[in-house]
Design a protein around this ligand. Sequence first.
Ligand code: ZN
Length: 383
Amino acid sequence: MHSGNRTARLQKVRQMPRSLPVATIRGTAIRLHWTFILFLVALLTVMSITSGPVAAISLFALVVMMFICVVLHEFGHITMARAFGIYTPEVILLPIGGLAKLKRIPDEPEQELAIAIAGPVVNFALFAILVLILGRWPDWSAIPQFGQGQINLVEQLAIFNLIVGLFNLIPAFPMDGGRILRALLGFMLPHSKATRIAAWVGQAMAIAMAMAGLMGGNIILIAIGVFIFLAARSEAQLDAMRNAIGGVSVGQVMVTGQPPLATSDPIMDAANAILHTDYEEFPVQNADGGLVGFVLRAELLEAVSRHGLEATVREATREDIPVVSIHSQAAKAADLIAAGAPAVGVVDRVGRFLGLVTWRNLVDVLAVSSAIDRHEQVATRRH
Ligand code: ZN
């Protein structure tokens, strides 16, 4: 892989998808991704137009039940992860399923295997329970009529759970099958190599799916193929980042030198600071010198147009920015940024600003480390 391209592509990873929170269960927020909401609206609109409002409402009931099954699948992962002491702050629902955002993915293959397999196990258990309620095997020939109200809800949910369970076993990130494959490879290979192979298998599967979709004229299959391809790639990229900065401390990668602004300064001071420097983020401190948050170049203009020139720096400050100590692992900052933080502040023991870590500077660290790797490879070949 060409490292320059890899560096450019890495910059896309931090862009967070937009989503809407709907509920919180035992500390885990359930969020709907905008593509999932779009999918629901499109489905209901098409159904109301083609089959009338009654069919649309019965379809909505089915979709809600399917949504609950997907959430139960995710809670299979979450419960198993909790058994290993891993907390899950949120679950995002996408049109192709849920994504539980575990605080960390364990490096131990047996733990990753147990967590990954717990999701599909929930679907197979639900399938078994629904078949028992139904009292017979589902009528497989009715699958093409799925969602059209001709077959009963229990039967449709049984079929749905079987399909979800099997679909998630496809060995491609971010499907559970991709993690199961990596965990199985991890029993024999180092973690980074297992990830590379699993990501490669996932991308090959995704291409095969998209090709099959193209030949069969199936748009959904093409869309799933493209989605899996991109997801497998960003998983491999985030993992490459974690490996490159493993063992490095925040203090070794942070950017310093930005003069702090005070919350009470006029907003024009922030505008001037940003206009006359290359910095994208400015630390903001309170009267005691404690870090309050950051003014972001990208958000300053909006703050000025909303609050006017009489406003203070406080109005333009993003306060929801995580902070870490200078001795923290750089990988922790990378995880926080990958989870959506625009930057990570570095503070001393009393909370004063020391520096900050952004995705840009982690990408620079990665570029330098891969240049050193290339040099070492060339040097070994010479000997
Ligand atoms: Zn899963």
